[in-house]
Design a protein around this ligand. Structure first.
Ligand SMILES: CC(C)(COP(=O)(O)OP(=O)(O)OC[C@H]1O[C@@H](n2cnc3c(N)ncnc32)[C@H](O)[C@@H]1OP(=O)(O)O)[C@@H](O)C(=O)NCCC(=O)NCCS
Length: 181
C-alpha cells in the first residue's frame, strides 16, 4: 500500500470531505447538536486536516471555534474515515494532529461529542453533566473535553454556540493562551 499522507485541508478537498461525511453519518447528521453549532459559521480551515492515499481523500477531521459562556474552545468534528481504511490508526492520528495544531496556535482545549472509549485514550474526558448545554438534544455523557491547558474546563459554562454567533469574549476570559495570541 502506498503511504498515507496527512495534509492541511484546502477548499479542493471539500467535495470529497462532504462525500465521506455523507457516507459515515447519513442524512441524520443534519439533525445533530454539533451540526447545529457548526452551522453558525465557518470551520477553521487551518486547524482541519485530511488523510490522502493515491491522491484521494480517505479521512477528514475539522475544528470549529466555539463559545461557551465567556469561554472559548474548539469543537472537533466531524471525524470520519472511509470504510475500507478503518482500523489502520488513521482516525487517531488525525485527532492527534488536530490537537497539536490547536496547541500550537494557543488554544486551551478541544471538545467533541463522541464515544469516550475511543476518545478517552486520546486525552478526552467527560464534561460534568449540567455544566454545558447544546442547542439540540444530545447524550451529555458523550460531551468530552481535552484540556490542553489545565483548568480550561472551568472557563466553559453555559450554552455552546459557534463563536461567530456571540460578541467577542473579554480578553481575560478567552480559551487561548495570551502569549500565543
Ligand atoms: C470512528 C472512526 C473515525 C475511527 O477511525 P479509524 O481510523 O477506523 O480508527 P483507528 O484506526 O484510529 O482506531 C481503531 C480502534 O478504535 C476502535 N473504535 C472505532 N470506533 C470506536 C468507537 N466508536 N468506540 C470505541 N472504539 C472504537 C476500533 O475498534 C479499533 O480498536 P483497536 O485498536 O483495539 O483494534 C471511523 O470508524 C469512522 O469514520 N466511523 C464513522 C464515523 C464516526 O462514527 N465518527 C466518529 C464520530 S464521534
Amino acid at each position: 500500500m502506498h503511504e498515507i499522507s496527512y495534509l492541511a485541508e484546502t477548499a479542493a478537498h471539500d467535495h470529497e470531505i462532504e462525500e465521506i461525511n455523507a457516507e459515515a453519518f447519513g442524512p441524520g447528521r443534519f439533525a445533530r447538536a454539533a451540526y447545529k453549532i457548526r452551522e453558525g459559521g465557518p470551520h477553521e480551515r487551518a486547524l482541519s486536516f485530511v488523510a490522502t492515499h493515491d491522491g484521494r481523500v480517505i479521512a477528514t477531521v475539522r475544528l470549529t471555534r466555539i463559545a461557551v459562556g465567556q469561554g472559548r474552545s474548539l469543537l472537533l468534528g466531524p471525524l470520519a474515515v472511509r470504510p475500507s481504511y478503518k482500523d489502520l490508526g488513521i482516525g487517531r492520528r488525525l485527532v492527534r494532529i488536530a490537537i497539536d495544531a490547536a496547541r500550537n496556535t494557543g488554544w486551551c482545549s478541544v471538545m467533541l461529542v463522541g464515544d469516550e472509549p475511543y476518545y478517552g485514550p486520546l486525552g478526552f474526558r467527560q464534561v460534568p453533566i449540567g455544566q454545558i448545554s447544546m442547542p439540540r438534544p444530545v447524550d451529555y455523557r458523550r460531551l468530552l473535553i481535552h484540556e490542553i491547558e489545565a483548568g480550561a474546563l472551568e472557563t466553559l459554562t453555559g450554552e455552546m454556540r459557534h463563536a461567530d454567533c456571540v460578541a467577542p469574549a473579554p480578553a481575560a476570559a478567552v480559551g487561548r493562551l495570551a502569549a500565543a495570541g
